[in-house]
Structure formats: C-alpha cells, structure tokens
Write a protein that binds this ligand. Structure first.
Ligand code: GAL
Ligand code: ZN
Length: 680
C-alpha cells in the first residue's frame, strides 16, 4: 500500500502535475461533436477530463451486462491528444432497471414521500441492496480499468448530499438502530445519554427507536437528533469507503477524490479515505459584492478538511436550472475564479462543463463551448488559462497556504449539535463565515482550521460560539495559549456535552479556567433596545449581536464594558494571560461588523499585520509557501484597474516581468509573483 499523509491543512496534494480540464459527457453527443473535442481540448492545454458520474445506464444497460467499450474508445481518443481521464463511480444516478426492480432503494423524505426515478440522488446509502449494486459497478469498473494507464484517478459518486441528506426510509431506520446499538451497547446507556426521562421517551430496546421525524407532532430530543446527523454522515462515509477499498485494491496508484461540500457530513472524517478533497465552485450563486469573500470562505473551508485540493467543477458560464439562471461571468472572470482558487490551495481545475448540453434539466448550464459547439470567448479564455497553468504549475505544486489567523471550523459535532437545536441563532459555521469575512476583507492571511489540526501555526485563533467544547479541546486550546497563542472565544461557547445536553458546569464549561470568567446569565437578544447596545474597544464600537453573556470575572482583566440599558457596566470583553499567551472572551456573537471593529486591537495584541500595508478595494492577496520561495497571488475582483503597491520584489510568473514593489492590474486582472525567501 502506498503511504499516504494524513489529512491536515498544510498537506499538499500528491499530484505530479497541475490538473487542467473539464467534466466531459461524451454520452450526450455524437460523432459530429466528438470529432474535434480532443484537439480542441489539447489546444487549450487540457491534461485531464472527468468522465462518467451520471452514466451508469451506459455502462450497465441491463443488470450484470457491463459494457465499457463506449468510454474505452473516448478515453483512448483523448489520450492520443495527451489528455488523461478521471473516472467517477456513477452511483448518483442508478439506472431505471435497478430502481424499477428495487423500489425500496429510493429515498424517503420527512413527509414519507418516496423519491422517484426522474432526476438524481434518489437512492439511499443505507440500503444494503443499493450498496451491493454500488460495490458491483465499482468493482466492474475498477477491474476493467486497473491497467489502463490513461485513467489516473477517481471521483467517488457526485456531490454526496447536494440535494438530499435526511432520509427516513426503512433501511435508514434499521441502520440507525444498529448504529445506536453499536455506539451504546446497552439501551439503558442510550436512555441515560439522551435524557429520555424527559417526556417519557424511555426505550426498552434499540428496535423501538425511530428516526427523529421533524414535527411529529412537535420538537424532537436534541440528543436523538445529533446522533441521527452523525449517523447520516457515517452512512455516507461507509458507502464511500466501500468504493474506495475496491478501487485501491485494483490499483493503488490511482488518486481518489470527491467533490463537496454539503450539509450533514463530518468532512474531516470523510476525507480520511481520500488522497485529497475536491470542491465544486460556482461563484455566480453570489452577488458581486459578496462573491470574493464567500468564495474565499468555501475554498478555505475545503482546505481545512484535508489540505490542498482540486476543483472538479469550476463555473465557466452562467448556470441555470428550474427557476433560476445566473448572469454570465464577464470576460476575464472565469480565469480570475481559477486564480482565486489556486491562491487558496487548489492544485487542479476542471471547468464545468466542456460543452453545454442541449437537453435535460441542465440544458442551460453553460459550459466552455456553447450549444452550437462553437468555441467563443470562454474557450479563448480557457486557452489562456491552460497555457498559463502549464507554465506555473510546477512552481505551484508542493506549495501550501499557511494562515496566521485561524477561525475554528468543523462540520461535525459543533455544526450538527447546533442544527439539532438552534433556537434560531446563527450556527458556528455562519459565525465563522462572518468572522473570516472580516479578516479577509481587511487583507489578513486568514484561514479556517479544524480543531484537530496543529493550531500553533496561527498567531490568533478564534472559537466562533461553539456549543460543544469537550475537555480535550479545552486542554488543546489551553496549551495553545500557554505556548504564546492569542485565543478569542465568542459568546455562548462551552455550554454542552457530547450528547448535546447542557453541562452541569457553569459556562463556558471546560473553558472557564482558561478564560477566567463565569457566565451568570446567557440569553438571546430578541428586543435589542432592552439590552446594552454596544461596547467600545480601542476607539472602535462593537454592537451586540444575537446573544449576550453576563460575565462574572473570576480571574481576568476587564478590557471593555457594555454601555446603555440593563447590564450597563458589565464586562463585555475580558482578557486573561496564561503562560506566554492570552485568551479573550467576547460576551456576544461577532458578526462581520463586530469582528471588523475588533481587528485593529486584536491584531496589535497578537502581533499580526495584513499581508500588504494597503489594499485597494476589491483586491485579494494570498500567499502560497514553498521551501525556498513564496508565491504571491494578487487578484483584482473588480472590473476596474487597480494599482497594488508594497508587494515584495519578485518575478510575475504570468507576464515574466520583474516586480520591484507594485503591480498594475486591469479589471479582473491577476499577478502571480514568485518571491525568493531570502528577499523577505
Ligand atoms: C453541481 C453538480 C453538477 C451540475 C452542476 C451545475 O452541483 O455536481 O452535476 O449539476 O452542479 O448545476
Ligand atoms: Zn434511507
């Protein structure tokens, strides 16, 4: 078995070249279109396509009759033009013979509606029947392609949980009961951990436990719900693992990835089985103003799961389905999206999709080529990208982004516990997004970081209102602070145990000692006018947001107090030195404006500065670190020129120009400056 590095945010991919290409669907076309495809792709410097994720009906037209000749032929044609293939297991779209013969594999929603054959993602991962078909098609593909040198890697399925995650079918019920039995062993233990004394929920055996249906007739137990979300995540991880094992047995040299990411999956766990993760990026879902920060957040989140990644689908044209249709990316924007991704840890880009399909639910999801198969501006832009990536690829590969401001992020327990009982408050990931957005817009080297990662690489770490903080996590955070880190904890943290029950300890629970505060009263702000409105720190005003903790200081310094209304004069922000570092407690949620206001004070305390002294509006800077050099990505997200100064001296890998301290970027322009480390 090939040795694989464990996922962490500083892990490079194990790719030997920077990937560039597109998802390709030869099954949607005929000879007239196929004819020019390989050459046109080669002219755009493609080195890879992704094939097959929805083509099960083509590969196994009748049960047990496998026929891969169609794809063999295309893989061969493409290879002759220098283009390799990433294959996909086609399990997001089981064929009609399967769903007809086994309607029990179809998913069931919370209202008991069974899904139908007619779109996609309609089969359940918990169904043993479906799993056996998944293993069979995976095994057949793996065996057929194991010695094909033109197949370089795999994507499992397609966007697990993109449309559907909470399933209530019989297979899920049975599998959930088994999962619980496995976890608790004894039903008495489950009763204790779930607090079934409340509302007379006590179970006598695991087979009495039903799925937590929403509103039947009212709210479910949050412990029950949290376990259900964990179960959903584990079920899809198991489903994927079965595929991964078969693929690895067939050829251990293949890389295996998946394109995320969606609700209800603990992605840190999920990526353990992959070589690297993938994420699909469609920036046009966001409006111009929010697009750069929202996309940066998604890219950084992806990197937090397992390190550098690829983008199996990056938007090229306007996308549309059902009742919506995006505006088209303007000239230069598709390339800009690609560079933003690379700047934040992406090692391979496939633009969705090669050619716009003329039929189906996505007949207006526009690809590089138009419906009429004519190469136009997007194709010319792809050529430019391909030519550039070929030149810069070897410098980029092996380098990683090393943030010094880290926002803790975990799609597992913190997020799932919140979902189970949100009280209508912002979730940890929503708070992380606001906090990340503030630092991003202020031009800092901010990233997201999983709590199991080595957080000592960050000068500041922010815990964005996590209900569940275990003793183990509190210990790790304490040693981070003691070794010199600056930790910022925002309100309503550390209130719950791993079952989603409230701790017996006064909040912030296991963090109380580190923070030197106790929360006497923590409450949601429904009528803002009744409560203290703001506090001031280093001349900046921070307004209350959603939540307030009334603090009793046990062993900390009060840095600022609340002003106006009830609770006036009560500590708003406290600070406690522990070892060589410092821990701040902020007694409310931090929205973007609140975080923004605190940045000057916190960055000075922790000794971090923005990457550049000043940043024109709409310009993003991100740095990838190699052993002896850095690569500075300077990206203009606006369609007007921007002049960026004070960048370190180096060579612009795109233009070849020597940069001494400033660059002029056109609208949507990009500079990629390689800087030798000794010069910094
Ligand atoms: C992704 C999906 C693709 C395609 C694309 C455009 O979510 O993986 O198959 O549907 O969006 O809608
Ligand atoms: Zn199910």
């Amino acid at each position: 078995m090939t040795e694989r590095q464990k996922p962490n945010h500083l892990r490079p991919t194990n790719l030997s070249r920077f990937l560039f290409g597109a998802p390709y669907y030869p099954e949607h076309w005929g000879e007239e279109e196929w004819r020019d495809d390989p050459d046109r792709m080669a002219q755009a410097h493609f080195n890879v396509v992704r094939i097959g994720e929805f083509a099960w009906d083509r590969m196994e037209p009748q049960e047990g009759q496998y026929d891969f000749s169609f794809f063999d032929e295309h893989i061969k044609r493409l290879a002759a033009a220098g283009i390799k293939t990433i294959l996909c297991t086609p399990t997001a779209t089981p064929p009609r013979w399967l769903t007809h013969r086994h309607p029990e594999v179809l998913r069931v929603d919370a209202n008991g509606r069974r899904m139908e054959h007619g779109s996609r993602q309609h089969a359940c991962h918990s169904s043993e029947v479906f799993r056996s078909y998944s293993r069979r098609i995976t095994q057949a593909m793996a065996q057929h392609y194991q010695d094909n040198p033109n197949v370089i890697g795999w994507q499992t399925d397609n966007e697990f949980f993109c449309h559907f995650s909470e399933c209530y079918c019989d297979s899920c019920r049975d599998a959930f009961q088994k999962w619980l039995e496995n976890k608790y062993g004894d039903i008495a233990e489950l009763n204790k951990c779930w607090g079934t004394a409340f509302w007379s929920l006590t179970f006598d055996s695991f087979d009495q436990v039903s799925l937590p249906y929403p509103q039947r007739p009212t709210y479910s137990n949050p412990a029950h719900l949290l376990d259900y979300h964990r179960f959903l995540s584990d079920a899809v991880i198991e489903f994927q693992k079965e595929q991964v094992e078969l693929l690895r047995q067939a050829n251990d040299q293949w890389f295996i990835t998946h394109n995320g990411f969606f609700r209800n999956i603990d992605y840190r766990k999920f990526v353990q089985d992959l070589d690297f993760f993938g994420v699909d990026i469609y920036p046009m879902f966001h409006r111009e103003q929010e697009r750069p920060a929202a996309t940066a957040f998604k890219l950084d989140a992806t990197r937090s799961f397992g390190g550098n990644f690829i983008i199996p689908e990056l938007q090229s044209g306007p996308g549309g389905q059902g009742d919506y249709l995006h505006s088209p990316p303007l000239p230069g924007q598709m390339r800009l999206f690609a560079y933003q991704a690379i700047a934040r840890g992406c090692d391979g880009i496939l633009h969705f999709r090669w050619r716009t399909c003329r039929f189906g639910a996505e007949e207006y999801w526009v690809g590089i080529l138009d419906h009429d198969n004519q190469p136009r501006r997007r194709y010319r832009e792809a050529i430019q990208e391909g030519e550039e990536f070929e030149r810069i690829g070897s410098d980029v590969l092996g380098t990683v982004v090393r943030p010094n401001v880290g926002v803790l992020y975990d799609t597992g327990d913190p997020e799932m516990a919140h979902q189970a009982l949100s009280h209508g408050l912002s979730s940890p990931s929503t708070n992380a997004k606001s906090i990340h957005g503030a630092w991003y817009k202020a031009g800092y080297n901010v990233g997201l970081i999983h709590p199991e990662d080595d957080i000592s690489t960050c000068a500041i770490v922010i815990l964005p209102s996590w209900p569940i903080v275990t003793a183990a996590l509190a210990e790790r955070l304490t040693s981070y602070v003691e070794q010199g880190g600056t930790l910022v904890i925002t309100g309503r943290s550390g209130i719950k145990d791993e079952n989603n029950n409230v701790l017996a300890v006064t909040p912030p629970g296991f963090l109380a000692e580190l923070c030197g505060v106790k929360v006497e009263e923590g409450f949601r702000i429904n009528e803002p006018e009744l409560y203290p409105n703001h506090f001031t720190l280093a001349g900046e005003v921070v307004h209350q947001s959603e939540w307030l903790d009334r603090l009793e200081v046990t062993d900390a310094t009060v840095v600022s107090v609340w002003t106006e209304g009830y609770h006036v004069g009560v500590p708003a922000v406290t600070s406690r030195q522990a070892g060589r570092g410092r821990c701040f407690y902020v007694s409310t949620f931090l929205d973007e404006a609140g975080m923004q206001a605190l940045i000057p004070y916190l960055s000075e305390t922790a000794g971090v500065s923005p990457l550049l002294k000043s940043l024109p509006e709409g310009v993003e800077v991100s740095v990838r670190e190699g052993e002896n050099y850095q690569i500075w990505f300077i990206l203009n997200h606006r369609n007007v020129p921007a002049m960026v100064s004070d960048i370190p001296a180096g060579t612009d890998l795109l233009s070849g120009a020597e940069i001494s301290s400033s660059v002029d970027l056109g609208g949507y322009g990009v500079a990629v400056v390689k800087v030798k480390k000794s010069q910094r």
